[in-house]
Write a protein that binds this ligand. Structure first.
Ligand code: GDG
Length: 462
């Protein structure tokens, strides 16, 4: 029997799907694997004094998972180091935040080898392996070296940067060459796929055919764009839940007839939160008719607290929200509510529904599932308006949102004002088109398209 093995850095299907977990990747994969006979392999999130390679196989939330512990040095060098201090900022166009450290490179190589060695005994002849995200770019190379001939696919959840940017990475050639050990390399967007193809053409003298066959470094593979979606049916259930209704009513009651703008993000510098706060301040400056008629709720879920850049952004946001409230608040009006905690998924669904405007303005984002969740949570009879950054992967699909440049506070402020006064008919027309796409291109469609394309790919080793 053909089995699907999904491999990702963290394996954390929600124990209680209604409560959910912060992180688009976890939500998407758990939804995709739950009905499958597959296996989900990855790091438990735990560290030990010494790496043992012992596996813990369990059922979590209806999914069979195989977990391996890492050691403390792995966590520092591979996870906090190369993945989150080197690749994440570089792939999100923040070379100023990139740390190049030899120990990070070594930790990254070591953990990819450890993953391959631990996974190897679990692989049967007919299995298809699907590796997720930037933590594991060279995993197929390590598996091939251990003799694995199965089909192996890779999906990158974050953007692939331009060839000039990736070329600033020491050993970029090895990293890209390692990707060609996969049979299929999937990106969120055409933009990312094309950036990867450009690298192969210009930096590796490779060939790229119109249907995505690629040749370079003496290897052959296939590339494609597979935009990820949300679990639309599951999310509709969350929206209809009692928790969501409670959240909706509680939030609407707190508005006292005002309109609400919402942002929901992991607290990450790629999400453009500071620029967003400044754009909201611009709205209050440029459109005095909106004073006291609107308020902005920003939910920012703590994330990667051990990395310095994340502590810096947290402090700056506290300063900015204090400044804006200090300037504009009145005894019965607080312009920004900035909440630094996480909520249950069903509660979040009701809160999205209570918001008249969804503000999704990352400076770079692979896709951005919040944009899709906001749309899915709306009341069809009285939907809110989505404002979406042109630099989110989702902007390739969601053209009926108000598309903005997240770096321009004037542009974003103008879009906020437009959304707040948009006629009912236009809101319904835009939302109807967006919702059709969110339902059609959901997480199941994403999984099915990726898996069937991988199944049809020849193996690298064939
Ligand atoms: C990466 C890529 C890509 C947030 N706060 C809470 C909470 N969340 C959930 C949201 C959403 C998810 O986290 C965030 O997903 P995004 O897609 O917006 O962003 P990343 O975490 O950066 O994900 C991204 C994604 O992978 C999938 O490929 O779209 O581009 O960066 O689902 O709802 N969930 C709960 N409480 C919170 O407080 N329960």
């Amino acid at each position: 029997m053909e089995r699907l093995i999904v491999v990702s850095n963290r394996v954390n299907p929600a124990r209680d799907p209604a409560a959910g977990s912060a992180g688009g990747l976890a939500m998407a994969l758990a939804a995709a694997l739950r009905e499958d006979q597959g296996l989900w392999f990855g790091w438990s999130g735990e560290t030990r004094a010494n790496f043992t390679g012992n596996l813990s196989i369990q059922q979590i939330g209806g999914v069979t998972v195989a977990l391996v512990d890492l050691d403390e040095q792995d966590r520092l060098e591979y996870y906090n180091g190369y993945a989150n201090r080197t690749l994440w900022p570089l792939f999100h166009y923040r070379p100023d935040l990139v740390a190049f450290e030899r120990s990070y490179d070594e930790g990254y190589e070591r953990v990819n080898l450890r993953f391959a060695q631990t996974l190897r005994p679990l692989i049967q002849d007919n299995d298809m392996i699907w590796v997720q995200d930037y933590h594991l770019l060279p995993l197929a190379r390590e598996l091939r070296r251990l003799g694995v001939r199965n089909r192996i696919g890779f999906f990158l959840h974050i953007p692939w940067p331009s060839r000039r940017l990736i070329a600033t990475l020491p050993k970029h050639r090895e990293l890209v060459a390692a990707l060609l050990d996969y049979d299929l390399v999937g990106f969120q967007t055409l933009d990312s796929r094309d950036a990867f193809a450009e690298y192969l053409l210009h930096n590796a003298s490779g060939d790229v055919s119109p249907d995505g066959e690629v040749r370079a470094f003496g290897k052959q593979s296939r590339i494609g764009a597979f935009p990820i979606g949300i679990d639309a049916d599951d999310f509709a259930g969350a929206v209809a839940s009692e928790q969501a209704t409670l959240a909706f009513e509680r939030t609407r009651a707190s508005l006292l007839g005002r309109k609400m703008i919402i942002g929901v993000d992991r607290l990450d510098y790629s999400k453009g939160l500071e620029e967003r706060f400044c754009a909201y301040e611009q709205l209050l400056m440029d459109y005095p008719d909106q004073l006291e008629k609107v308020f902005f709720l920003q939910i920012a879920t703590p994330s990667r607290d051990e990395v310095d850049a994340y502590q810096d952004i947290r402090a700056r946001l506290e300063g900015l929200s204090g400044r804006i409230n200090g300037t504009y608040a009145d005894i019965d009006w607080v312009p920004i509510r900035y909440v630094n905690r996480s909520y249950r998924r069903d509660f979040l669904a009701g809160t999205y529904r209570a918001a008249h405007v969804g503000l999704v303005t990352p400076l770079r984002d692979g896709m951005n599932l919040v944009a899709k969740e906001y749309v899915a949570a709306q009341d069809p009879a009285d939907p809110g308006v989505l404002i979406l950054s042109e630099l989110a992967g989702a902007a390739e699909q969601m053209r009926d949102a108000l598309i903005v440049n997240p770096f321009s506070r004037e542009d974003v402020a103008e879009a906020m004002r437009k959304a707040l006064v948009m006629p009912h008919e236009e809101r319904v027309a835009r939302w109807t088109a967006l919702q059709e796409g969110v339902q059609r291109d959901d997480v199941k469609a994403w999984r099915d398209r990726f898996v069937s394309t991988l199944r049809a790919s020849r193996t690298c080793q064939a």
